[in-house]
Ligand binder design. Structure first.
Ligand code: NAG
Ligand code: NAG
Length: 252
């Protein structure tokens, strides 16, 4: 009897190998019991620290350089004698590798029964890209385009996730269908370069207005920046959910 089972196992193992391939979690990643949020936080932080370049086996993309798409930020804001419409595009984000997860909620046995939240902090979340702008500064008509630099300092986030679960090979896989980010930061540094190539003083003056009034400026732009951030987080997390079943993430 035992021998029959053994032979059957040998026969089945290549098939099992194929179906399980890509779903097994590397040994050095700590698995936790469902709902053990402390353990889950520690395990997430270890993965972030150990794999800044990503880990394809678990669907984790590189987090040290992240394609952040573009931010449609056409606005009519009047701040400190300036008035601008602008758009940031070709954005690349730096600093996600320094994320510390501070708290999670949910991640229980039934992931759709309780709200899932991920809280974290990034010392400096930098976006480099390009911008196009047109506007007026102190009654001077100004059209600018050039490299943009943005730095969210002591960036804190709460991600509220809504997930659906689907079954593949009798295992539950999650998919985020809504992610709402709540964002706080200590300071936003922004630099729009070459604003006025022929007048460096004007470029400095315009950037000084942005930075001196960063909070007012952020409050105006936040509604248009949040969807870009939500897309980035959703993409990073969904890629892992797609590759590793929820059941394989935890001790079952
Ligand atoms: C991430 O942290 C490392 C170590 O503290 C630091 O050298 C690096 O500049 C940080 N990355 C960003 C984008 O701030
Ligand atoms: C600035 O750009 C706007 C919108 O594209 C355009 O209507 C305006 O003529 C431009 N002004 C200058 C001075 O280039």
């Amino acid at each position: 009897m035992c021998e029959v089972r053994w032979n059957l196992f040998i026969f089945l193992s290549p098939i099992m190998y194929l179906t399980l391939q890509g779903q097994t979690i590397p040994k050095d990643i700590q698995k936790c019991h469902f709902g053990n949020t402390k353990c889950t936080v520690d395990s997430m932080n270890a993965v972030i620290r150990n794999y800044p370049k990503g880990l394809p086996e678990i669907g984790m993309k590189p987090i040290d350089i992240v394609d952040a798409g573009f931010s449609q930020v056409w606005k009519n804001e009047q701040i400190g004698g300036t008035w601008f419409n602008f758009k940031l595009y070709d954005l690349i984000a730096y600093g996600y590798e320094n994320t510390t997860i501070t708290k999670v909620e949910g991640f229980g046995k039934n992931p759709t029964a309780t709200r899932m939240e991920i809280h974290g902090q990034i010392p400096s979340l930098v976006h480099k890209g390009k911008y196009i702008s047109y506007g007026r500064a102190w009654f001077i008509q100004l059209n600018g385009t050039g490299p943009s630099f943005s730095d969210f300092q002591n960036f804190r986030f709460t991600l509220k996730l809504k997930v659906i679960q689907e079954y593949r090979n009798n295992k539950r896989y999650l998919n985020i269908y809504e992610l709402v980010p709540i964002i706080h930061m200590d300071r936003w540094n922004i630099w729009l370069d070459e604003f006025s190539p022929e007048n460096i003083d004007l470029t400095i003056a315009v950037n000084k207005v942005f930075n001196d009034n960063w909070l007012e400026f952020w409050n105006e732009l936040e509604p248009t920046v949040l969807p870009t951030l939500a897309n980035t987080f959703t993409d990073l997390i969904n890629n892992i959910f797609e590759k590793v079943s929820y059941d394989d993430m935890f001790i079952t």
